[in-house]
Write a protein that binds this ligand. Structure first.
Ligand SMILES: N[C@@H](CCC(=O)N[C@@H](CS)C(=O)NCC(=O)O)C(=O)O
Length: 311
């Protein structure tokens, strides 16, 4: 599956069949100032991160939701800055939020901190204590159980272990589908009408999930098995607080390829029928398997997609 494993998080995305460990390196070379109207204009907020990191994206979604103005400081994980080592000496990982010179680490902790430190606007965690504890329980499930299952897919070499890993991932998604149905109460998000904590916790993985599906030619989030989650994912990706922050699958595929040990000539991929051409990396030659057994060649950079049978 994951033909690769995502290195977005501690990471390690492995590419195609044999993946090499990939350290996420900073996506942008310069420090970006996010000029979002601030509710806490007097406070000084910095985020140490890297654009492709799902954990960093979580924090960005929360800051966007709260309209907090912040400075994004790109971190190169292959040469960690003094500021990162000093700010997060225990884990030495991103994200780190520095608020008025005080560092806060661990994305789930940071998101909860943002919710409390910037109380204006709607809250990210549910206000009811039971609902809040439920959201925290499932957030821990997503990071401690579901995400490792996804990572194990990347490590799987044999078909049998890939199938077992995919089953675990699907089992987890089916469980989360049920959680979504109960928490959302017929509304669009885990948080109801408003995008909230569990939306951020699961939604941060969507870019890499799609990149994984493309790269590994597997359907992980399947409408037939988790229809409510598939609908939720579309709403999440198009939300104002998310759409300019969640990395596009094509950016992530590009990263994977750059860090792959595979030779350039291997830019040939078979993708599931139904995959959107916009989700595909421009430089890949891609084909889709047809029910007839023939494959359809797709060049995602062409607006005029053409078909041709190969082999
Ligand atoms: N549990 C942490 C995970 C953070 C994490 O794994 N960050 C990765 C980048 S996505 C990292 O900094 N890796 C550097 C390293 O492992 O040395 C969180 O939620 O913040």
């Amino acid at each position: 599956m994951l033909t690769f494993m995502t290195s977005f998080h501690g990471l390690v995305l492995k590419k195609f069949k044999m993946f090499t460990i990939l350290k996420i390196h900073s996506f942008s070379s310069s420090v970006c100032n996010h000029r979002i109207q601030s509710m806490a204009a007097s406070s000084d907020v910095k985020l140490l991160g890297s654009r492709p990191s799902s954990f960093v994206n979580r924090v960005q979604f929360a800051l966007n939701l709260k309209s907090v103005d912040y400075e994004f400081i790109p971190e190169n994980l292959q040469a960690k800055s003094e500021l990162l080592l000093k700010s997060n000496p225990i884990h030495k990982k991103i994200p780190v939020l520095i608020h008025n010179d005080k560092p806060i680490s661990e994305s789930l902790v940071i998101v909860q901190y943002i919710d409390e430190a910037f109380p204006d606007g709607s809250s990210i965690l549910p206000s009811d204590p039971f609902d809040r504890s439920t959201a925290r329980f499932w957030a821990a499930y997503i990071d401690d159980k579901w995400y490792p299952a996804w990572r194990s897919l990347a490590d799987a070499k044999e078909e049998e272990s890939k199938t077992a890993a995919l089953e675990k991932i699907t089992e987890g998604l089916v469980l989360l589908e049920d959680v979504f149905v109960k928490c959302s109460n017929g509304k669009g998000f885990f948080g109801g009408d408003i995008l909230g904590y569990l939306d951020i916790v699961l939604g941060c993985y969507l870019g890499w999930l799609k990149a994984t599906e493309i790269s590994s030619n597997l359907k992980i989030m399947d409408e037939a098995k988790t229809p409510a989650l598939v609908g939720w994912a579309e709403r999440f990706k198009n939300h104002e607080a998310v759409k300019r922050t969640l990395p596009e699958p094509r950016e992530l595929l590009h990263l994977l390829r750059k860090n792959s040990s595979e030779p350039e000539s291997a830019q040939y991929r078979s993708v599931p029928v139904g995959m959107e051409s916009e989700d595909l990396d421009d430089s890949l030659i891609v084909c889709q398997r047809r029910p007839s057994g023939k494959r359809r060649l797709l060049r995602p950079s062409d607006t005029d997609i053409y078909s041709q049978s190969v082999q």
